[in-house]
Design a protein around this ligand. Sequence first.
Ligand SMILES: [Zn+2]
Length: 318
Amino acid sequence: MTAVVAAVDVGGTRMKAALVDRDGHEVVTLTRPTPAALDVPGALVQAVAGTVAALRAAAADPGDGAGAGLAGRDPLEVVAAGVVVPGIVDDVRGVAVWASNLGWRDLPVTAPLSDLLGMPVALGHDVRAGLRAEVAWGAAAGSRNVLFIPLGTGIAGALMLDGHVVAADGWAGEIGHVVVEPDGVPCPCGQRGCLETVASASAVARAYAARTAGRGGAPIDAEAVAGLVRAGDADAVAVWDHAVAALARSLVMMTTATGVDHVLVGGGLAQSGETLLAPLRKAVHASLTFQREPRIERARLGERAGCLGAACLAWDVA
Ligand SMILES: [Zn+2]
């Protein structure tokens, strides 16, 4: 028998799941839509348990496609499960405290899910767990002071200091809601000018659409804006420079406050690669005086980081 853990990353629209071995290999993978109404007591636990059951079924039936490549391998034994969710997560109590886009408050996860599955269960935050995975199997191997900042629909962050991922009861890392423009646009969190209203992938796409509205252009995503930046489109360059400047200010602030020497940029906006990273490095370099300059590079695990992070947490309790 080969021991694996079940890993589930519950996102706003999709649940990404996998059976993962000790070396971080996803032996079986599965993606399902996130069910609606997860704020009802028990719904999240049921959804995750159903996903783990589907992973086990796929592993037991190598002929169905999902388990392709398993033929001839050792049977798999699922020894623990890990679940990651966005928002405020109390990893220690195993409670999903709050998530704006999923609508729940104080959902106990670890205890009821462990009872249901009959195995140890760990709950964590998607980005903090993603950093664990980048350390274990990705771009942060060997680093001890790291900021992982995925730029997607929103912006969250995870910090590793002196080799420990910092949680602060679940409240650490809300970098996306640090105000960078006090007179900026309203943020769903209630403040104005939060970093995520300026420098998330969604914000870049929105800003470009607003700037070019009335000139007949169709809305485009951040990746397309990056393409226009490379082509020298003046509107795209203006929007991009604005986002990069805000991001650089935030990274300088984080570097100064925490002493991180390694920054991993992830999420949709990082797909633009050096179009983002080169001006970001330049702007951060220009602002630092006495501080240790962080190495700024792209995260390696992409959209699998959360799921692989859930596997790291599961192996901790296996
Ligand atoms: Zn905000």
